[in-house]
Design a protein. Structure first.
Length: 133
C-alpha cells in the first residue's frame, strides 16, 4: 500500500490531499476552540493616563474567527485573532496596516478570559475580561 499526503498548515488547522493507492481524498483537520468564545467581553486597563474601558467583540465571518476592539472612544478591527483549545491570542495590527504593538493572550473559562498583555513599551500586564453577552 502507498500513502502520500500533501498538506499545508494555517492558523485553523491542516488542509490538503491524501492519496492512498491512487485514490485521492480531501484532507481537512481543523483546530476548534473547546470553550465558547463568541460574544462581547469587557475589562479595564491601567494606562499612564489612568483606567480605560476596553470592549472586545469576537465573531465568525465566512467561517473565520474575527474581532473588533474598542478602547475608550477608539474602535478597530483586529487582523490577528487565533483561538485553540481554551487559549486566545490577539494582536492589534489594524486593517490599515498601522501596527499598535499591544498583544494579548489568555485562557477562556466560559464567563472570563484571564491572561496577560504586552504594551507598546514592552511591559507585561495582567488582564481579565468578563463575558457581557
Amino acid at each position: 500500500r502507498s500513502l502520500t499526503i500533501t498538506a499545508s498548515l494555517d492558523e485553523f488547522g491542516l488542509v490538503g490531499d491524501a492519496n492512498l493507492d491512487g485514490n485521492s481524498f480531501a484532507l481537512i483537520a481543523r483546530r476548534q476552540p473547546t470553550a465558547p468564545i463568541l460574544g462581547t467581553w469587557q475589562w479595564q486597563e491601567q494606562t499612564e493616563f489612568g483606567a480605560v474601558g476596553v470592549t472586545l467583540r469576537l465573531f465568525r465571518k465566512r467561517g473565520r474567527l474575527q474581532a473588533t476592539m474598542r478602547r475608550g472612544n477608539n474602535s478597530h478591527h483586529l487582523l490577528h485573532v487565533y483561538a485553540w483549545g481554551d487559549s486566545l491570542y490577539l494582536s492589534e495590527a489594524t486593517e490599515l496596516g498601522v501596527p499598535t504593538p499591544n498583544t494579548y493572550q489568555g485562557r477562556i473559562n466560559h464567563r472570563t478570559i484571564e491572561g496577560s498583555w504586552i504594551d507598546r513599551n514592552r511591559r507585561k500586564h495582567r488582564w481579565q475580561a468578563r463575558r457581557m453577552q
